[in-house]
Ligand binder design. Sequence first.
Ligand code: NAD
Ligand code: LMR
Length: 338
Amino acid sequence: HPPSFQMGESSGLRPANCRAKGGAPGFKVAILGAAGGIGQPLALLMKINPLVSVLHLYDVVNTPGVTADISHMDTGAVVRGFLGAQQLENALAGMDLVIIPAGVPRKPGMTRDDLFNINAGIVRTLCEGIAKSCPNAIVNLISNPVNSTVPIAAEVFKKAGTYDPKRLLGVTMLDVVRANTFVAEVLGLDPREVDVPVVGGHSGVTILPLLSQVKPPCSFTPKEIEYLTDRIQNGGTEVVEAKAGTGSATLSMAYAAVKFADACLRGLRGDSGIVECSFVASQVTELPFFASKVRLGRTGAEEIFPLGPLNEYERAGLEKAKKELATSIQKGVSFIRK
Ligand code: NAD
Ligand code: LMR
């Protein structure tokens, strides 16, 4: 392949001044890790998103094929592929939003923290690229362990002098998607009618569903609370075990990533009242990062909402979550500062 390859812009058969101006108005979005289990369906769904005008697909393998394939879809976004580290800079130049699902997934028996050794370095390199080529882009970080990779990204951006806490968002949307689904099953409702805030972080006990704040208002028995909390906290492991060594959640994750990215783009466009849960730099607790509801606007996470009233069960869960989160955050910070 040539050093960079582009698809979906023009056949080149007619001179540029004779061609109708094609291309939709909208935002420029890059996916880093675009050839992976999450990356491919995420690229598919972003190609359908009417808010996206340009879609850059970057990976260290297989982007020519994925780009050729996706670029044949007759939707507005122009698709360009980028392969390997020497094309990272071009993949990122001018991007409004960068979504990062690059890195290795879990196998049965592993924790998300077991991915740290490989994924920390990948996230560092990619964030160094962002600091250089698109320091003002909104970053949606999916790579695990999110509780550590978000602090890693923050430290990289601080070092580069480009850090804006509002623009760095850890993606915890899959926890909310699962919580909505499982709560709807218990209540016998359509999951689209259910809204469950999930706060804390994205791993085990740090995933804290606030079942006392479910909309529409409802109540649960202690048995239901135990069942739902356990299922939401271990939803990722449920998929890892079902996939039996072939990976972790990819399809529901791509759906959740697009739901979150679309909210970020609507915020960038200036829509009002866009609120989603995300793992961000926060003063909601004494920890430097925490997931809670945030309002997304033209500059990213413009407002971070407090947790609201918690019941005794949730307060106990919060203490457990904070303990594990503190360790994971510190591990990420030390990886860059050491
Ligand atoms: P995968 O192995 O199928 O795909 C990962 C892709 O990343 C591969 O195509 C690989 O080539 C690419 N990659 C590796 N190093 C890279 C680099 N330096 N630059 C660019 N790309 C690189 O894995 P997956 O199932 O897509 O999962 C990806 C990550 O997302 C994992 O860390 C997983 O744990 C995480 N994940 C997070 C959530 C969440 O809720 N935040 C949910 C599911 C999975
Ligand atoms: C998930 O919640 O599905 C992801 O974090 C992947 C995993 O390892 O469980």
